[in-house]
Design a protein around this ligand. Sequence first.
Ligand code: ZN
Length: 260
Amino acid sequence: MKFVVAVDCEGPACVVGSPGGSLTDSRNFAFARLQATREADAAARGLFDAGATQVIVWDNHGGSLNLDYDLLDERCDIALGVGFPHRWPGLDATFSGVLFVGYHAMDNTADANIAHSFSSAAYQWMKVDGVEVGEMAIDAAVAGLLGVPPLFCASDDKAVQEAAHFFPGIETVTTKTGFGWNAAVSKHPRRVVREIYKGVQRAVARRETSRPFQLPSPMTYEIRYKRIEHAEAASRGMRAGERVDPYTVQWQLDSITDRF
Ligand SMILES: [Zn+2]
């Protein structure tokens, strides 16, 4: 009964970006960090109250160091910083599940709040074997290689739909309805906290029906860049991929962990 809660900062209640900038540059960023902390804490409390023996909260927005660790339930362990050997620090095959709190929809999702895939500045989209994927699918696939299933997602309505598409039957909480990159009608943040606490407990109760998520291995991994010089750079040098068209580069990977 060990779990990792992966925490991003775009998906929590009452979070949007600001015109022309990233979330990090937004006037909303201080609240985003506070609400991401509250939602992570609600997930952790729900897990412990459902019998968890260990919960690692992984603070992974941007360069990490976003959450107010003092406000997290003190039974948590916390993965922070950058430069880990792979995604999901601390995760191994003995864990029962991973959870997504504050994640966001992938690139190319209309009316989702701050939808992007790893880099809103650089990427138009990412595909695996021709299918668009976002951060939840990539991260779930990395956990899937250890046999650990995704159990729960809390985010805006578009990201929740995406989670349900990739991970059928996953337990979810919708924090807000997206009406655009920077436009949402949000549930009140304190109500969302209560819903996450309960939703996580439903997810733990149903965990035996959850399956690890897999992407094909080997696979074709493809990125369409927003700027032509980024595609140019990606097709040259040490980890060069093959230039498919002026803006698109692809790599043949044996496994998703070759890149993530
Ligand atoms: Zn983020």
